[in-house]
Design a binder for this molecule. Structure first.
Ligand code: BEZ
Ligand code: FE
Length: 308
């Protein structure tokens, strides 16, 4: 058989060694690990030249599909479960679990007041979402920024349908009150397919995987002195909770969107009955000052930096 174990391992060793003098130790570790794992994959699966060329063409097409509003590499990372793996490895040790950011977050959501309606379309099942943000010790976190975004009842984000939805539909940047609470009016989001008109769609097609995400509402929670949290809540009675195309469901994030028929309660929340109500408590961890989890470069004395 061509390519003896000894010969291929010598190639790997030479490439790993070529990074030996990388001054940044973390960069060195990441690159040498990448080479070891990538070479191990190639050694195990022995791709043909044609298969390797296909892979290169595929990644080229992924890059070519990217533009300022479309990030096909992130989508590829999402459907391969890598985004979720990185998110989970970096999540806070306790408190609310995190999940993927996804490609539909915009830099600045419209600023809104508690109680505002983020649904600018006026269609769909009315819904009231109530959140309370606390620190790990249970104390409320007033003034916390809560960035919210969700799709329409048809399963599209505003940025996907600029001719149909006003920009800012389904989005809002809120602040919690003195008790760490914030609530808003919206509509129940739909499940939806991730974009399939690019190379990621080709991959899903070839592997007979469906492109759907279960219905959810995204949040980025940023409290002073605390770790930022990127997460969603998922609608408990919707489809695809067991087969999210991007593997982002965690069971503690699945929330009952309870049907409320009471006209009095509907009046109180300025919605029409019947409506759905979702309550969710968010716990964020104080920022750590533990030297083991702090970037060593950040605490290195100035004199050592110059010596490199
Ligand atoms: C989203 O939830 O917006 C999303 C996440 C990953 C891929 C596509 C969409
Ligand atoms: Fe989403």
């Amino acid at each position: 058989m061509p390519g003896t174990d000894e010969a291929t391992k010598a190639i790997t060793a030479a490439v790993v060694d070529s990074f030996h003098d990388t001054p940044d130790s973390r960069l060195r570790e990441l690159l040498q690990g990448l080479v070891r794992h990538l070479h191990g994959y190639v050694r195990e699966l022995r791709p043909t030249i044609e298969e390797w060329e296909y892979a290169v063409d595929y990644l080229t097409a992924v890059g070519q599909k990217c533009d300022p509003t479309r990030q096909e590499f992130i989508l590829l990372s999402d459907v391969l479960g890598v985004s979720m793996l990185v998110e989970t490895l970096n999540e806070q040790a306790s408190g609310t679990e995190s999940t993927v950011l996804g490609p539909f977050h915009v830099v600045e959501s419209p600023k809104r007041e508690s109680g505002d309606n983020i649904d600018l379309m006026g269609t769909g099942t009315p819904c009231v979402v109530s959140l309370r943000v606390t620190s790990s010790d249970g104390s409320p976190l007033p003034g916390t920024s809560v960035d919210v975004w969700q799709c329409s009842e048809d399963g599209f984000y505003d940025v996907q349908q600029p001719d149909v939805q006003p920009l800012g539909n389904g989005r809002g940047l809120f602040r919690t009150d003195d008790d760490g609470r914030v609530w808003f009016r919206t509509i129940v989001p739909s499940h939806y397919p991730i974009p399939t008109d690019g190379p990621v769609g080709v991959l899903l097609d070839a592997t007979e995987r469906h492109p759907y995400r279960p219905a959810h509402i995204h949040f980025i929670v940023e409290a002073a002195g605390h770790r930022p949290l990127t997460t969603h809540i998922f609608v408990a009675d919707g489809p695809y909770l067991d087969s999210d195309a991007v593997f982002a469901v965690k069971k503690n994030l699945v929330v009952d969107f309870v049907q409320v028929d009471d006209a009095e309660q509907a009046r109180e929340y300025q919605v029409t009955a019947p409506f759905r109500a979702a309550d969710f408590d968010i716990i964020v961890e104080p920022e750590t000052t533990d030297p083991e989890t702090t970037d060593p470069a950040a605490i290195e004395p100035e004199t050592n930096k110059d010596a490199r």
